[in-house]
Ligand binder design. Structure first.
Ligand SMILES: [Zn+2]
Ligand SMILES: [Zn+2]
Length: 235
C-alpha cells in the first residue's frame, strides 16, 4: 500500500524553527494534512522525540524518532530509528562530539524542550546548529549499529548536502534512499545526476513552520503500515 510521509520535520528545539512547532501542534497538523507517518528530525538533538511519540500514541499516525545530524564534513544526514532508546543513545554520542559553544538565542532563536502537554520544560543552551566531530563513516557505523536508517538530506542543495558538499556519493556508504527538497523536480535532478538513478528518492518538507509540513504529496510503498514496514521500504 502507498502511505503519505514527511520524514524531515523540525520542532522548536531547532533554533531556526518557529516556537509553535510543539509536539501537539506538529502531530495535529500532520494528521490534518492527512499524513500517515512523519519523522522528527531536529538539528543534532532528539530531545523532543519522546514527547512527540507520547502525543502520537493515542492517534493514528506513525512518528519516527530521528535527528538531522551534521557531520564534520558539513553534511546533513536524516537519521531515523525504530525506538526512542536508539535515538537517545546516538544523541549522547553527538553531544559528546559537539563543540563547547553556546547558542545565541537572540540571533538564532531559542531551543525549547517540551513535554507531551506542549509545556516548555527546558531550553537547550548548547549550539546545536553546527558540525559535530563525527565523520560520515562514523555516523553510518553508529546508526547501523543502532539499526537505524540514514537518508542524506536535501541532496539537491549546494550546501550542507552530501552531493552538494562532497560533489559525489561515496561508494563505501550503504545508501539506498536520498532526500530531495520539496520544490526540486526529480526528473531535472536526475538528468544532471544520471548515476543516481538506481537510488530511491523521497521528498520531505524540512518544515520549520507548521504550514510547511507536507500535504499528501510524497508517498512510499509499504507492505504494512508500521515502523518495520517503513524501514523495510527505505532499505
Ligand atoms: Zn538540513
Ligand atoms: Zn532540516
Amino acid at each position: 500500500m502507498k502511505i503519505a510521509v514527511d520524514f524531515h520535520i523540525h520542532t522548536s528545539l531547532s533554533p531556526c524553527a518557529d516556537e509553535d512547532m510543539t509536539p501537539n501542534n506538529i502531530i495535529n497538523m500532520s494528521m490534518l494534512k492527512g499524513l500517515d507517518a512523519i519523522g522528527i528530525t531536529d538539528h543534532n538533538s532528539a530531545q523532543n522525540c519522546k514527547a512527540c511519540l507520547d502525543v502520537a500514541k493515542s492517534k493514528g499516525i506513525i512518528v519516527i524518532p530521528g535527528m538531522e545530524l551534521q557531520t564534520k564534513e558539513e553534511v546533513h544526514l536524516i537519521c531515523l530509528f525504530k525506538g526512542i532508546d536508539e535515538v537517545l543513545s546516538l544523541q549522547q554520542l553527538v553531544y559528546d562530539q559537539l563543540p563547547e559553544k553556546e547558542n545565541n538565542p537572540k540571533v538564532f532563536g531559542r531551543q525549547l524542550v517540551f513535554n507531551e502537554k506542549d509545556e516548555a520544560i527546558g531550553e537547550n543552551k548548547r549550539m546545536l546548529i553546527t558540525s559535530t566531530g563525527l565523520s560520515l563513516n562514523e555516523v553510518f557505523y553508529e546508526v547501523e549499529k543502532r539499526e537505524g536508517i540514514i537518508i542524506p538530506a536535501h541532496v539537491d542543495r549546494s550546501s550542507y548536502s552530501l552531493i552538494g558538499t562532497l560533489g559525489f556519493l561515496p561508494e563505501q556508504l550503504e545508501i539506498k534512499t536520498l532526500e530531495i527538497s520539496r520544490r526540486c523536480n526529480i526528473n531535472t535532478f536526475l538528468e544532471k545526476y544520471k548515476y543516481l538513478k538506481k537510488h530511491k528518492f523521497i521528498q520531505s518538507s524540512d518544515a520549520h513552520r507548521l504550514g510547511d509540513i507536507l500535504e499528501r504529496e510524497n508517498f512510499i510503498e509499504v507492505e504494512e503500515k508500521t515502523i518495520d514496514g517503513i524501514f523495510r521500504a527505505l532499505r
